[in-house]
Ligand binder design. Structure first.
Ligand code: G6P
Length: 372
């Protein structure tokens, strides 16, 4: 009913507007005096002490959140992390045991592919943690521990606020595991916490300052037949998520690539006028990656690509090479994906809306897929 949308034109529009709260509510009650303290994990240090690897399993958008989380888990907790699609993991005789922590991510907690993978991992002796947005759902019930995301109910089929909440929960988990394993000092944890706590306000700034412009820009692109997305490091999964969202709700062919992989194939796709979104790392925080991405932009620009850069406010280096710049606030490298994804969510929604499509109920898709 219209009332449930709270005055918004769609659930998706409402849910994108709730991305700041999704992050804030997922943090709430889990940080005390700059220290990460997740009540649900109290007394469960054993889950994290004896492991020597983590496998993240999920499907769809949740799997891209997992890919982002890998960077934080490895950097902060110093545990090797693999991210696997649940259905691929389940049917390939994976090498797992009691030294393996399997972290599943699911908005609904009912995705059958993910559930079967979790059960399989448990039977093989692995420890299991569920990151889930739905209280009491099946996947958390089948897991040793649960870290709920508090994004609130997500109705639109394409996941948005749950995605930022999943990344937030993974970051909390990474800081927690880093604390338990002693790979982070309390001062380092406090510093990362501060940066994550600043995210809701920064997302709000993107919504307030840029949403209208991005939607208008998306409207001009309504006839586009193909869009490419490039990113490096944590920008890579964001490129994949940007492409997925566009496929899901606007039925446009879209692909995400690791920017470094361009020269190994995808650059052959670039022809004059091809729109390419590029997630640009911070020039100050990640100077090396930034200059590599700027070179990638120059390579595709020279071949006629139409470059849409998602870049930090004040990044002057990309301006000469970008046809359009979507600005995001300054943030620490690992926090940046939580901001960079927001313009991409708005863009996909704006484009689908301009095409007159139902953004909440895209064809052929279900919110929760409860069959294998
Ligand atoms: C379906 C939805 C996707 C979602 C995926 C995983 O395919 O259409 O939007 O990302 O399931 O869902 P989950 O509830 O496990 O996060």
């Amino acid at each position: 009913a219209a009332a449930d949308k709270g005055g918004w034109s769609s659930f998706m529009a409402k849910e994108v507007s709730e991305e700041p709260e999704a992050v804030a509510n997922t943090l709430r009650g889990r940080i005390r005096d700059g220290v990460v303290s997740i009540p649900e994990l109290d007394g469960l240090d054993d889950l994290f002490a004896g492991i020597n690897r983590i496998i993240v399993i999920a499907c769809g958008t949740a799997a891209y959140a997992g890919m982002v989380g890998k960077y934080a888990l490895e950097q902060w907790a110093r545990v090797p992390v693999d991210v696997e699609l649940a259905h691929e993991f389940r049917y390939r005789d994976p090498v797992i045991g009691s030294d393996t922590l399997v972290v599943s991510i699911s908005q609904s907690g009912e995705t059958m592919d993910t559930l079967m993978a979790v059960k399989y991992a448990r039977e093989a002796g692995a420890k299991t943690v569920s990151i889930c947005n739905t209280q009491g759902a099946t996947i958390p019930r089948e897991s040793d521990a649960i870290v709920y995301t508090h994004a609130g109910p997500e109705v639109a089929v394409a996941s948005t606020k749950a995605f930022v909440a999943q990344i937030t929960a993974l970051y909390l988990l990474a800081l927690h595991v880093g604390g338990v394993r002693g790979t982070l000092t309390p001062t380092e944890i406090a510093q990362h916490v501060l940066e994550i706590e600043a995210v809701p306000e920064k997302i709000q700034r993107i919504l307030d300052r840029s949403q209208e412009h991005i939607e208008q820009f998306a409207g001009w692109m309504a006839d586009t037949r193909s869009v490419l997305f490039l990113g490096r490091h944590v920008g890579y999964p964001i490129a994949l998520e940007g492409a997925l969202k566009l496929k899901e709700i606007s039925y446009i062919h879209a692909e995400g690539f690791a920017a470094g992989e361009l020269k190994h194939g995808p650059i052959a796709l670039i022809e004059p006028g091809q729109p390419v979104f590029v997630i640009v790392p911070s020039p100050r925080e990640s100077p090396v990656l930034h200059s590599k991405v700027v070179s990638n932009i120059q390579e595709i620009r020279a071949r006629g690509a139409r470059v849409i850069a998602v870049a930090e406010e004040g990044d002057a280096a990309v301006l000469p090479f970008a046809d359009e710049v979507l600005h995001i606030p300054v943030a620490a490298p690992l926090v940046e994906p939580l901001l960079a994804v927001v313009p991409l969510h708005i863009f996909a929604m704006g484009l689908a809306t301009a095409k007159g499509l139902d953004v909440d109920q895209p064809r052929n898709l279900a919110k929760s897929v409860t069959v294998e």
